[in-house]
Design a protein around this ligand. Structure first.
Ligand SMILES: N[C@@H](CCC(=O)N[C@@H](CS)C(=O)NCC(=O)O)C(=O)O
Length: 236
């Protein structure tokens, strides 16, 4: 199928949801690397594509799409005619697919994002913030664990965008937040399996930054050490 897609992205948990989806669908696309540490995502030209000033965002011809969940839904609605990574609207599995996608968009992403903020990037140390958001992230992992004990994939027997969305956040938790996935064996098995998919291996590295997994692990370790070295600023 013809497309004229440009993906504006950076290899972060939200960014790779879009690139993995494009890779799984085998769609040709151009990539514009948006290095979020330089705040290019707040520039006027970019705000015309995503008024929220965040990645990922996508242009398909003159059609803009922003919010990673909306991008995934747009791509499967328009291009997944073979239902490779989605269920057909009107089926019970499609309702499950939407439910688990929204679980990620409204729950796991925001909560783990706050855990990342307090544990890795905050300007002041808050043990309350660290504990609250890491515990909430783990609670959400236990919800995924329960589902994956009863079903091979989140929406049913098929790998879908619901899996891509949740996987994109869970995969890095051991190195970023030191969450031990062996506490969640069904979740760990699912992550390990999805990690093997060729489209996932390509999609997690878009755009290529040249940073190795070891360098990323060291970066996270340094971030945690910086926070640990601060005095806890919570008021009691
Ligand atoms: N709900 C949005 C969240 C997007 C988001 O937070 N993107 C982060 C990277 S993972 C970002 O652009 N951060 C830079 C910033 O906040 O300026 C989505 O799912 O697309």
């Amino acid at each position: 199928m013809s497309s004229n897609i440009t993906l504006y992205t950076w290899p972060t948990p939200n960014g790779i949801k879009a690139s993995i989806t494009l890779e799984e669908l085998g769609l040709p696309y151009k990539t514009e690397g948006i290095n979020i540490s330089t705040n290019v995502q707040k520039e006027d030209w970019f705000l015309k594509i995503n008024p929220n000033g965040r990645i990922p965002a996508l242009l398909d011809g003159s059609q803009r799409v922003f919010e990673s969940g909306a991008i995934m839904i747009y791509l499967v609605d328009k291009y997944d005619t073979d239902r490779k990574i989605s269920y057909a609207p009107g089926t019970p599995e499609h309702v499950e697919q939407t439910s688990w996608l929204m679980f990620q968009m409204g729950g796991l992403g925001p909560m783990q994002g706050q855990a990342n903020h307090f544990r890795l990037f905050a300007g002041a140390r808050s043990d309350y913030g660290i504990n609250r958001y890491i515990e909430e992230t783990k609670r959400l992992y236990s919800v995924l664990e329960s589902r994956l004990k009863e079903s091979p994939y989140l929406a049913g027997s098929k790998y879908t965008i619901a899996d891509i969305a949740n996987f994109s956040w869970v995969r890095n938790a051991p190195v970023s937040l030191e969450i031990d996935l062996s506490e969640f064996p069904a979740l760990k098995k699912w992550v390990d399996e999805i990690n093997q998919r060729p489209a996932v291996q390509k999609g997690v590295d878009v755009p290529q930054t040249g940073r190795t997994p070891e360098q990323l692990a060291e970066l996270f370790q340094n971030c945690r050490a910086k926070i640990d070295g601060m005095t806890n600023s919570d008021k009691h």
